[in-house]
Design a protein around this ligand. Structure first.
Ligand SMILES: [Zn+2]
Ligand SMILES: [Zn+2]
Length: 195
C-alpha cells in the first residue's frame, strides 16, 4: 500500500528530528522565547519590565494574573501561558512581574515592595534607553535630584557640574524615568536629616 503525501511528510520530519535533536531543540526554544517576548511586550512595553519593581532583565520576568488564581488557570490550560495568551488575543487581566515580586505576591498576597519603604515607583517603558543615553549613573541621578530639591544647585549649575545639558538636568529632576532609583538605599541621602 503506497504512502500518502502526508504520511511521507510525517515520516520525513520524524527522520529529520531524530537525526538533528539539538537543532530542533534550538529552534523550538527560540520560537518559545519569541512567543514569551511578544507577551511581555504586549503587557509591558518595548523594553519589558516588572510592573512592581521595574526589573528589566527579561530572564527574570513572568506573566502574572493580576487577580490571582494563576496556578488554577495554568492547570486548566495545561502548560506555558504565553502561547495561550497569543491564541486568545492577549486578554486583559495580566501583567508582567519579575519572579521575586510574583512569588511574594502569591505567597503573602502582596509584594513587600508595596508595603515597605522601598520607594520603588512604576518605571516608564523606556527608562533603560534613556538612562543609557544620558550617561548618568544612578548615584548621579540621586545627587542631582537631592541637590535640586535642597536648593543646592540650579539647573544650569548642576548641568555644568555633571557635564550634561540643561535639558538633561530638567529631565532628571522632573521626569519619572529616574524614579526607579531607590532613595532610601543611597549614602548621599543618609545622614542628611542632621544637616
Ligand atoms: Zn519585581
Ligand atoms: Zn515587588
Amino acid at each position: 500500500m503506497p504512502y500518502s503525501t502526508k504520511e511521507k511528510h510525517a515520516a520525513h520530519s520524524k527522520k529529520y528530528r531524530d537525526a538533528n535533536p539539538m537543532r530542533v531543540k534550538a529552534w523550538v526554544d527560540k520560537s518559545k522565547r519569541g512567543i514569551r517576548m511578544a507577551a511581555y511586550q504586549h503587557y509591558s512595553g518595548e523594553v519589558p519590565f516588572c510592573a512592581c519593581c521595574g526589573e528589566t532583565t527579561w530572564e527574570f520576568l513572568c506573566i502574572d494574573h493580576i487577580e490571582g488564581n494563576g496556578r488554577k488557570h495554568r492547570m486548566t490550560i495545561g502548560g506555558d501561558i504565553a502561547p495561550w495568551l497569543k491564541k486568545n488575543g492577549y486578554p486583559s487581566g495580566f501583567q508582567v512581574l519579575c519572579h521575586n515580586c510574583n512569588m511574594a505576591k502569591g505567597m503573602y498576597g502582596e509584594c513587600p515592595h508595596k508595603t515597605k519603604e522601598y520607594n520603588v515607583v512604576d518605571t516608564p517603558r523606556n527608562f533603560g534607553q534613556e538612562s543609557r543615553a544620558a550617561k548618568l549613573t544612578d548615584s548621579d541621578v540621586l545627587a542631582i535630584q537631592f541637590l535640586y530639591s535642597q536648593k543646592q544647585g540650579s539647573y544650569r549649575e548642576l548641568a555644568k557640574r555633571f557635564s550634561v545639558s540643561y535639558t538633561t538636568i530638567a529631565h532628571v529632576v522632573n521626569h519619572a524615568s529616574w524614579k526607579h532609583v531607590r532613595r532610601s538605599k543611597h549614602p548621599i541621602l543618609n545622614g542628611t536629616e542632621d544637616g
